[in-house]
Design a protein around this ligand. Structure first.
Ligand code: AMP
Length: 417
């Protein structure tokens, strides 16, 4: 496989898939530029070598239609500033051949949002999966996706994928495009390389004890990874909104807490499985219950399985926080995905903060800690500890799928698998 560090981009045009899906405020200003900063080493290397740069990304979910609110034109100046080079903007990503052809070494062209075209995702639009004509529509869209990918590929001599956040998607710009470059002319970017290595560290180089912390709102979206981790971890902390599905499944009262009624048996299965495999499953025992889903709600500490009617658990209680910290502090490998409470409200951050603090402590004592998924990354940023954990991943879904052991299409396409 071609390696970016060894490659000389001099005189070449490189098309780079990045993840510039950055959050914007109502005035189109970037509120968190982590993703742009993440791609800079790759982009700067290409320019420093004397290559020309064509940058492509998606932003938001425009569902195959032009939507000015999701235009990448809004961030062109910010990209130019961070890159230290002027950035030209191509307002139609599929009609940028002339602009790309005119690029000289050291010049930069940013393409408009790829997802303004349904071909990027390759899913048929305006037709339900249940429609008898769906399969035909899908086939037709896949053919169009190939053409779209071919057009993008025609702009450049080299393809670089540095968008880990979308590496689990088989989209035109993340995977299909790689077919139009030979093995020597496609490669992973620095960010992708780092991400793949961090996952590898977790999967193949486990130092024990291994503690995984899975939080967030629902069991259903995390079940794949929970089941997979069960074979690998010593301690498994399940926290956040899932706490109440587990409490209810075991006969508890959870008031109006978030609870997946159709996942109660699944929760019991997870408990049984952990027992059978000798995994120390750590669930919340007490919680901070609130009388309203708001930062200013009244609160009380109650058992997680005995929440009064009309109240809901929004954060881990003090006993739980201590149990979580104990399972983290002694660990040598740590994976954290998903908050332990509604951390967006300042009054319900204690659980997530206790987790973050314990991870920082363990890391200082030599543990390898990987934090990934939008919300846990937001947590470590909020608590100012992002530089005190071993690795903060830019990937949410991609990270989880990689840890589940799935081959990421974005990586496989480069490797030619
Ligand atoms: P997810 O997208 O599944 O990773 O979930 C992240 C979201 O879970 C965050 O927005 C949190 O506010 C939310 N969350 C965490 N704990 C709770 C809880 N106890 N009740 C409701 N939402 C929660």
């Amino acid at each position: 496989m071609q390696n970016i560090d060894n490659f000389n981009f001099a005189g070449k045009k490189a098309i780079v898939r990045v993840d510039f899906n950055v959050p914007l405020d109502e005035n189109g200003k970037i509120t968190d530029d982590t993703r742009i900063r993440g791609a800079l080493p790759t982009l700067k290397k290409i320019l420093a070598d004397g290559g020309a740069l064509i940058i492509m990304s998606h932003m938001g979910k425009p569902k195959g239609k032009v939507n000015p609110k999701m235009s990448l034109g809004q961030i062109a100046d910010a990209v130019a500033e961070k890159l230290g080079a002027p950035v030209q903007f191509a307002p139609d990503c599929a009609k940028a051949a002339d602009a790309a052809a005119a690029l000289k070494p050291g010049e930069v062209l940013l393409l408009e949002n790829l997802r303004f075209y349904p071909e990027e995702e390759g899913k048929p639009v305006g037709i339900e999966k249940t429609d008898p004509a769906y399969d035909e529509a899908k086939k037709e869209m896949k053919a169009r996706q190939k053409e779209f990918a071919k057009t993008l590929a025609s702009y450049a001599d080299v393809y670089v994928n540095d968008a880990f956040g979308t590496a689990h998607r088989k989209h035109a710009s993340t995977a299909v495009i790689a077919d139009y470059f030979d093995a020597d002319s496609k490669m992973l970017g620095y960010l992708m390389e780092k991400e793949v290595k961090a996952v590898d560290n977790i999967l193949s180089n486990i130092k024990r004890p291994f503690t995984a912390i899975m939080g967030g709102s629902k069991v259903s979206t995390k079940i794949g990874i929970i089941e997979n981790l069960m074979d690998k971890v010593d301690n498994l902390i399940l926290c956040g909104g899932m706490t109440y599905t587990f409490a209810k499944a075991q006969g508890g009262n959870v008031g109006k807490s978030i609870c997946e009624e159709d996942k109660l048996q699944l929760a019991l299965d997870i408990i049984a499985k952990a027992k059978a495999k000798g995994v120390n499953l750590v669930l919340g025992t007490d919680c901070v219950a609130a009388d309203d889903f708001s930062n200013d709600a009244h609160t009380q500490i109650v058992p997680a399985n005995n929440i009064p009617d009309g109240w809901e658990g929004l954060d881990a209680g003090p006993e739980t926080r201590k149990a979580f910290a104990d399972a983290i502090r002694g660990a040598k490998t740590i994976l954290w995905n998903g908050p332990a409470g509604v951390f967006e409200f300042d009054n319900f951050t204690a659980g997530s903060r206790a987790i973050a603090d314990a991870i920082v402590e363990a890391t200082a004592n030599g543990a390898f800690s990987l934090v990934g998924g939008g919300d846990s990354v937001a947590c470590v940023n909020k608590f100012g500890v992002a530089d005190k954990v071993s690795y903060v991943s830019t990937g949410g879904g991609a990270l989880l799928e990689a840890i589940e052991g799935k081959v990421l299409p974005g990586v496989a396409a480069i490797k030619g698998e």
